[in-house]
Design a protein around this ligand. Sequence first.
Ligand code: DX5
Ligand code: ZN
Length: 224
Amino acid sequence: MKKIKIAASLLAADFSQLEKEVKMVERAGAELLHLDIMDGHFVKNISFGPGVLKALRRRTKLVFDTHLMIKNPKNYLAEFAKSGSDIITFHIETTKNPKELIKSIRKLGCSPGISLNPRTSLSRIKPFLKDVDLILIMSVNPGLGGQKFIPSSLTKLRELKSIIRKKNLSVDLEVDGGINRKTAKKAVSAGANILVAGTYIFHSRNPQKKIKELRCSGSKKRGN
Ligand code: DX5
Ligand code: ZN
């Protein structure tokens, strides 16, 4: 079984204190910093861009987990790689040629990931499972932090996990949106091994405890 990793989503941080917030979650035990890039086209919201990653890259050793919620990912891969991304995940809904994007991301020295919206069928990403390092299952509709976990994402996680097991692949299963102690437990028992959490960590008085709670939700065998 893969170790459970925690990806703290910067979207929920205090933007006036970014360096402090990032160092705080690093000290608190997160392994990844989840960076939600929104362009106002693929999703309504606009978040931040490569300049923010570049500035933070010098201040932390956290793995940069870049989640592109943008209409033309192809045009921005090089910039996000150059700004310090370790993982670059694009949405399957944004491209007709996922293989080309996956190849480019690898060529840029990053790990490729694919994401899909709650309403997008798993069949869209199945052909690429052996080509990517990570699948990001959206458990809310992308665009905003602080939403409620959509339970049908558990079915997707279970199905994916079983395919991954059968094919003996080593792809990571990441779940994103509405993650708290309860939903983390469900997601982990359905097969997720990377948990993205924004609100739950950053809006807490004790982020270290919250991160520990999320991680421990994985160590319990059962959890419904
Ligand atoms: C939503 C983003 C998420 C979001 C998660 O579009 O992809 O990463 O920041 O936030 P919480 O944990 O608050 O649901
Ligand atoms: Zn995200």
